[in-house]
Write a protein that binds this ligand. Structure first.
Ligand code: MRU
Length: 348
């Protein structure tokens, strides 16, 4: 396996008793880490986009629980204190189910421990294992997704689903990396992804570091790109996949899926099994985060909109399952996803 620069990007690290997050708001101009020693500050960092991307948010919250246990040492009400910190983390962002999945796992670990010291070390071990399993799963997903791409195709991606959005390597971007390495992907197009510009700031940064050529486009150019026949697949990640395959992902994904269907372009969602929420029957039950209006009215902190204008700023939208050709997970590929096929993937 070739070691690429992407293998060195680790957005979430736990070292010397502290959580270190690469501050993604500052990329690509600055590579700086922020250091955290308490869970409420970690919750703020998730809300404020220091770290983002569904799997990375989950892993971060898991390490946040390590800090919660540490800060509860020596307290008689240690379980209540840890639970209060879990509540802060749970409230950070509503859409990515990986956050709740990771917290539930850590809470089960803590329930089996008799002291906060024991809970701290068990959580640290579990969070580190979660991070490592995520990277291994992404490699699997990459290989499986790349096999679906006929050699010589162009692909379009949206938002950032790479090393920065996960433990490392990436989901949809992992598929693109694997497809490029296998000589299947010929050209990569990335939406700039307003308003946070995850495409132009983060995806382009990762691909350029890997030596994979990338062309950025304004979201509005996607229809023309497809009509010109430049892409065979749209490949995106997910924040939550409902039991029937409806998929919440970065705002604009639904539009891309409609355009893809209209132009005969195929549509792939790459996500770990942890992103599938079997408790939510369909997309109508997925909570969609509404973010501050200023994110749309401003550009890089500068007001650009006409004074007095308001903004509509949902962070995610839901793509109906019938517009998705394949959901690629670390456990296998589900083509034309529906409730039965998704359940079969996990042996339900
Ligand atoms: O608001 P963000 O940047 O957290 O949104 C991220 C996305 O929508 C990603 O596509 C999704 O989380 C999958 S990341 C592997």
């Amino acid at each position: 396996m070739t070691i690429q620069p992407s293998d060195s990007i680790r957005p979430v690290r736990f070292e010397d008793g502290a959580l270190r997050l690469l501050d993604q708001r500052r990329l690509p101009s600055e590579e700086t880490e922020q250091v955290f020693t308490d869970a409420p500050a970690v919750a703020d960092a998730i809300r404020e986009m220091v770290v983002r991307g569904a799997p990375a948010i989950g892993i971060t919250a898991a390490f946040g629980m390590v800090l919660a246990c540490r800060n509860a040492r020596g307290q008689t009400d240690w379980r209540a204190r840890i639970e209060a910190d879990a509540g802060h983390l749970r409230d950070a962002r509503p859409t990515a189910v990986n956050l709740f999945w990771a917290l539930e796992r850590m809470q089960r670990v803590i329930a089996g421990c008799a002291t906060p010291e024991a809970a701290e070390s068990a959580c640290q071990e579990a969070a580190q294992a979660m991070l490592e399993a995520d990277i291994a799963g992404n490699r699997q997903m990459g290989a499986l997704g790349a096999e679906l791409i006929e050699p010589g195709q162009g692909v379009l991606t949206h938002c950032n689903t790479g090393s920065l959005a996960t433990g490392g390597y990436g989901t949809a971007l992992g598929v693109i990396r694997a497809g490029w390495d296998a000589g299947r992907v010929r050209a990569v197009y990335a939406d700039e992804t307003r308003p946070w510009l995850q495409g132009s700031r983060l995806t382009a940064w990762e691909l350029v570091r890997d030596g994979i050529p990338v062309q950025l486009l304004c979201e509005g150019a996607a229809a023309s790109l497809m009509r010109e026949g430049r892409v065979g697949w749209v490949i995106v990640g997910a924040d939550r996949i409902a039991a029937n395959g409806d998929t919440a992902n970065k705002i604009g994904t639904y539009g891309l899926a409609l355009l893809a269907r209209a132009h005969g372009v195929r549509f792939m969602v790459a996500a770990p099994v942890a992103t599938i929420d079997f408790a939510t029957a369909d997309g109508s039950g997925i909570p969609i985060e509404q973010r501050p209006e200023r994110e749309v009215l401003e550009l890089a902190g500068q007001m650009v909109a006409a004074p007095g204008a308001r903004a509509y700023n949902p962070a995610f939208d839901v793509t109906p399952a019938e517009l998705i050709d394949a959901i690629v997970t670390e456990r296998g590929v589900v083509r034309t996803p529906d409730r039965t096929r998704l359940a079969a993937l996990v042996g339900r």
